[in-house]
Design a protein around this ligand. Structure first.
Ligand code: 1CP
Length: 367
């Protein structure tokens, strides 16, 4: 698919900010914006199992569009409804969602590596995601751009070894330290699939891509540089080469290495991404100075502020908008939460968050 196969884009604020440009106000979207805080999403889930929604392009499209319809004119990007755990599924692992992710047969020892599929054909295993992307981009009718995504190798490795989410990450970190060579073999295998997966998402119509390294901040800085960074950098570099050689568009690449704020300066210069997502544990002004204009930034409101009532939301959004300004200008910033929205948020409070971003990020020098 090429750009001219889709309706023309009416709102390119998100794409302009991702390229680092000055914008009339900050574009805004939120991670997990299609999710359980929305009654219309819960209704779909009452009737369909989680991965069934991901695997049925019509349902994935419907759910992706729910926040876009509800917050029409207030939200500046859509993210395709899926999950990071479809990559382990493509590698041959069984993943259940009940309601948290569960792998009945995780990677226990290096001997289990042979259970992973050797040559993953992403078109065969994940074709439903590409179909959902094409269908959704058409249905969006150019209202906002569509973001595709993948989990990052270290974060996916963590799930594949732990067999689900983990606070301590003892098993996955145990692998890194006990079997570094074999761990890197698995990380490399995941990276190969991520690259193919992202290329096909662009071919299907994704207009930007986000890599979620949600567990990046759980690694010591030197372990992050050994077990996460090289794979993130390889994804960006190889993806760009592949997109060029296939005459596909060079879409903006967003890296959300949650908690790896120690690496911001290094990531900005060397990792090959256009945008770095940041969580709320780093002040925007510090993040700004660390990346020094090399990349755009995305983030970073503490998600629990959305439970704090209107006064707190307004105060905190205003503070965030002021902190992200560069020389008094709104430039190279995509407003977002510092992590995904949680199920208990009142959808009307999220609307208020969007309204506050629009109000307080208005650029005095470009209206
Ligand atoms: O029952 C349900 O409906 C389950 C809730 C849910 C939803 C709405 C899950 C299970 N995944 C999703 C969708 C999802 N997941 C999206 C859709 C697009 C959007 O943002 O609207 C995206 C981008 C993800 C990405 C994802 N899945 C991440 C990375 C982002 C993050 O929050 O850090 C991770 C870590 C996952 C794993 C996952 N999937 C679901 C849950 C509950 C979890 C986390 C579990 C854990 O704590 O380990």
């Amino acid at each position: 698919m090429a750009d001219h196969d889709f309706p023309p884009l009416k709102n390119d604020l998100f794409l302009r900010a991702a390229r680092g440009e000055e914008t009339e106000r900050a574009p805004v979207w939120v991670m997990r914006q299609a999710g359980r805080y929305l009654p219309e999403f819960r209704k779909v889930r009452e009737q369909h199992e989680f991965f069934k929604v991901c695997q049925t392009p019509e349902l994935a499209k419907e759910v992706t569009l729910q926040p876009i319809r509800r917050y029409s004119g207030l939200v500046d990007a859509a993210i395709i409804f899926s999950d990071i755990l479809v990559v382990p599924q493509a590698l041959g692992m069984e993943v259940l969602m009940n309601p948290a992710p569960a792998f009945p047969d995780p990677l226990t020892t290096p001997d289990d590596i042979k259970k992973l599929k050797a040559n993953v054909d992403v078109k065969k295993e994940l074709g439903y995601v590409f179909d959902a992307i094409t269908l959704t981009r058409k249905a969006l009718n150019g209202e906002v751009p569509l973001i595709g995504f993948t989990g990052a190798p270290w974060t996916l490795f963590m799930y594949m070894v732990e067999g689900g989410g983990s606070k301590t990450m003892q098993k996955s970190k145990g692998w890194l330290f006990k079997w570094p060579k074999e761990s890197k073999e698995v990380l490399d295998r995941i990276t190969d699939v991520c690259i193919d997966y992202l290329v096909e998402q662009v071919r299907a119509g994704a207009q930007a891509l986000q890599i979620f390294d949600s567990n990046a901040g759980d690694l010591a800085p030197h372990h992050f540089h050994e077990f996460s960074y090289p794979y993130l950098a390889r994804i960006a570099t190889t993806l760009r080469t592949r997109l060029t050689s296939l005459s596909l568009p060079q879409v903006p690449l967003i890296l959300f290495a949650k908690g790896a704020n120690h690496a911001l300066a290094h990531l900005a210069i060397t990792a090959g991404y256009d945008v770095l997502g940041i969580d709320w544990l780093v002040e925007p002004s510090l993040a700004r100075s660390l990346v020094n204009g090399k990349v755009a930034l995305q983030g970073n409101l503490e998600p629990n502020v959305l439970y704090g009532g209107r006064e707190a939301i307004e105060r905190e959004v205003k503070r965030m908008c002021d902190e992200f300004r560069v020389d008094g200008k709104t430039k190279g910033w995509i407003a977002n939460l510092g992590h995904g929205i949680t199920p208990g948020v009142d959808p009307e409070d999220l609307r208020f968050f969007f309204e506050c971003v629009q109000k307080y990020s208005a650029n005095p020098t470009k209206t």
